[in-house]
Design a protein around this ligand. Structure first.
Ligand code: E4P
Length: 301
């Protein structure tokens, strides 16, 4: 199949998971389209220009880093379709929801198609709640449990703008749990909802996971260039009716299934337990990667 025929056969929107506009351009010519893009502090730290400047001994001030992030997403913005460009706020475990909101408001003004990424914590969801009430589109990242996804639903229930939730497949697989089950469980749970939260499958590491997302009819996927290139090299295969996701780790061992839980979506946000160790670790890793690009060890806002 040619890249140009891919779009017609897909229900799922494809976003590029990266921090380099050059990659986005390459993926656009490979697939014939790119629906959107997700970025995060680790991906921005890996941007070739950022890396080049770091290699010359340069460390960024907070303002320079912010300008750099803005410059990168402004280049990506016109290249993508209606999936938009997700921009992540800089938050450590102490950052308040108001501090996140101030950043989100600013970042939302950088480009016309921004989605603001907040972590799936109580503070992140408070910031998301305030954001959607101001018409700011959000993408709730670092989601690792069905209950967290229920929290995203509850926090944004009154929204008139689209909301994304990003469940991370690969990082659950790394723990031996079947990350695809989380996607399936959230989709099933949301069937009882009003459809205002859109599932954006993230942390995709293999063609198999990508095909499993297509087979499930996931609304959006964000995919690293490496996986898209591998998929293209195989001629853009699609899952057929008999497609079965293997759900194995790199050694071929079966991943542990994640059972479905019956959760009432129509509860207040406070009713949900949003704690997950991987969310905490994810925030810490983003902070670490971000701070490595900064002039001295400064605490993020
Ligand atoms: C995208 O929004 C996520 O930040 C990304 O998919 C994380 O992927 P990783 O788990 O491979 O870092």
């Amino acid at each position: 199949m040619m890249g140009t025929q891919v779009k017609e056969r897909l229900k799922t929107k494809i976003l590029v998971d990266g921090g380099d506009p050059e990659e986005t351009r390459r993926m656009k010519s490979l697939l014939g389209f790119v629906d959107g893009q997700t970025t995060n502090p680790s991906l921005i730290a890996k941007n070739p220009e950022v890396q080049h400047r770091l290699a010359t001994g340069h460390k960024f001030s907070l303002e320079e880093q912010e300008q750099e992030y803005k410059r990168i997403v402004q280049q990506i913005s016109p290249l993508v379709g209606d999936g938009g460009v997700s921009i992540e706020v800089f938050a450590d475990l102490k950052t308040t929801s108001e501090q996140m909101l101030v950043q989100g408001q600013d970042m939302f003004s950088w480009i016309p198609n921004a989605y603001i990424k907040y972590p799936c914590t109580h503070k992140g969801l408070d910031a998301a709640q305030m954001s959607v009430s101001q018409g700011i589109r959000v993408n709730i990242t670092l989601c690792f449990s069905q209950e967290q996804a229920a929290g995203v639903y509850a926090a944004t229930k009154t929204t008139k703008v689209p909301v994304y939730v990003s469940p991370f497949i690969g990082r659950l697989d790394d723990l031996g749990e079947n990350g695809m089950d989380l996607i399936k469980n959230i989709q099933k749970m949301y069937q009882a909802g009003d459809g205002h939260v859109h599932v954006l499958a993230a942390s995709i590491r293999s063609i198999d996971q990508l095909l499993a997302c297509f087979a499930l009819g996931v609304e959006l996927v964000t995919v690293p260039t490496k996986v898209l290139e591998a998929w293209a090299a195989k001629g853009f295969p699609m899952p057929d009716q008999d497609f079965i996701y293997k759900g194995v780790d790199v050694a071929g061992n079966a991943l542990r299934p994640i059972p479905y839980r019956s959760i009432n979506l129509n509860q207040p946000l406070d009713a949900f337990d949003l704690r997950h160790d991987l969310t905490k670790k994810g925030i810490e890793k983003f902070v670490e990667d971000f701070e490595n690009t900064i002039r001295q060890s400064v605490s993020v806002r």
